[in-house]
Ligand binder design. Structure first.
Ligand code: CP3
Length: 343
């Protein structure tokens, strides 16, 4: 049987053309996504409706023929499953009930209660396992504990993760207990996604770059290692992609230290640097700047080809350095794929 090219790259194979997918590939830049979201009512209703969530997951596969589909859900469903209130303010972003002291931590549900809330997500995965084309790999995901904690503490996205840093610095013991609770829930969540049919899982640590020194080791690297070790014990053949965004030189050795099969690179590091310093550890993913999907043109082609060539000869998955934005032009996505495949 032909192995899906995403899985071949993750197994360490250098391919003449890398597999391609995009963070946020199912999203508001696509008119068909906006139509399905309107049908669902709002973003969270879409996440918890398995038929419609599967439909939006499939839309970019039909339109562009990406080599992987990523489950349509959100990293903030875990806090909700642990008992936080969650809602999305249109045009602004997520809002959650905040956690400001150790007492509120005590009110969170135990990690194994998450399945009560998250079972529709597993159903979305089961539908996708049946409906995806045979060459398309299915990626499940969760937020990394630090990134999820930053939203749980502040109750919203923050430019500098100030409230989470303040909580950590004031009460490291309580903060570590929150990280542990999210870590345990994440292991159970990703394991259930794999049982339902996810073939790869990705851990999004969008705010890893704001952790310095020992904090990076304690709250980005160690939780990632714990999650990956636990998953590998239960599912030794399922590859894991880790995304410690804006980790800079701490990308070096991150895969080795955590057991990840691949690290995803944001667009603040150069492909040439990462090819030399990071790709020696194994597969890397990335790292075209998302703004090219808005502007397109010769720069898009040149950048997509430069990145493809920089990583050529060793395992690489082509992706953006962060999610595609709502103002992107779908025609530029098609041009990007063509540029990578002809590089
Ligand atoms: O990549 C995919 O297409 C899969 C689905 C997915 C979503 N969010 C859907 C989504 C994934 C993997 C995520 C991850 C996620 N969610 C992260 C980590 C990655 C990153 O971008 O840094 C974070 C921090 C979140 C939390 C979150 N969700 C925020 C801050 C926002 C608001 C910003 C925005 O883009 O609107 C969301 C909303 C969200 N998650 C949307 C989508 C498609 C837009 C919702 C809408 O339709 O209005």
């Amino acid at each position: 049987m032909m192995t899906k090219i995403l899985l071949r790259a993750l197994a360490g194979e250098a391919l003449p053309t890398p597999p391609i997918w995009m963070m946020r590939q199912a999203g508001r830049y696509l008119p068909e996504y906006r139509a399905t979201r309107a049908q669902a009512g709002d973003f969270l209703s879409l996440c918890y409706n398995p038929d419609l969530a599967a439909e939006v997951t499939l839309q970019p596969i039909r339109r562009f023929g990406f080599d992987a589909a990523i489950l349509f859900a959100d990293i903030l469903l875990i806090p909700q499953a642990l008992g936080a209130d969650l809602w999305f303010v249109t045009g602004e972003g997520p809002r959650l009930s905040t956690i400001t002291d150790a007492r509120q931590l005590g009110e969170l549900k135990p990690a194994d209660a998450i399945h009560d809330t998250l079972s529709p997500i597993y159903e979305t995965i089961r539908i996708l396992s049946r409906e995806l084309p045979p060459e398309t790999a299915l990626i499940g995901f969760a937020g990394a504990p630090w990134t999820v904690a930053t939203y749980m503490i502040a109750g919203r996205g923050t430019p500098d993760q100030g409230p989470a840093h303040a909580f950590k610095n004031a009460d490291r013991v309580a903060f570590s207990a929150l990280i542990d609770r999210i870590t345990e829930a994440t292991i159970l969540y990703l394991s259930a996604q794999i049982d339902a049919g996810a073939e790869v899982v990705k851990i999004f640590d969008s705010w890893a770059g704001s952790l310095q020194g020992a904090d990076f080791d304690d709250f980005a690297l160690t939780p990632a290692r714990r999650i990956i070790q636990a998953l590998k014990q239960r599912h030794p053949n399922v590859p894991v992609i880790a995304f410690p965004r804006e980790a800079g030189d701490r990308y070096i050795g991150f895969a080795r230290a955590t057991g990840a099969d691949c690290v995803a690179l944001d667009n603040s590091v150069s492909a040439e640097w990462a090819a030399e310093k990071v790709q020696g550890d194994g597969c890397v993913q990335g790292n075209l700047a998302p703004h090219h999907m808005v502007t397109g043109g010769d720069e898009l082609i040149a950048e997509a080809q430069r990145i493809t060539r920089a990583f050529r000869g060793r395992p690489h998955i082509f992706n953006l350095g962060h999610g595609i934005t709502p103002d992107a032009n779908p025609e530029n996505v098609a041009a990007m794929i063509e540029a990578v495949r002809s590089a």
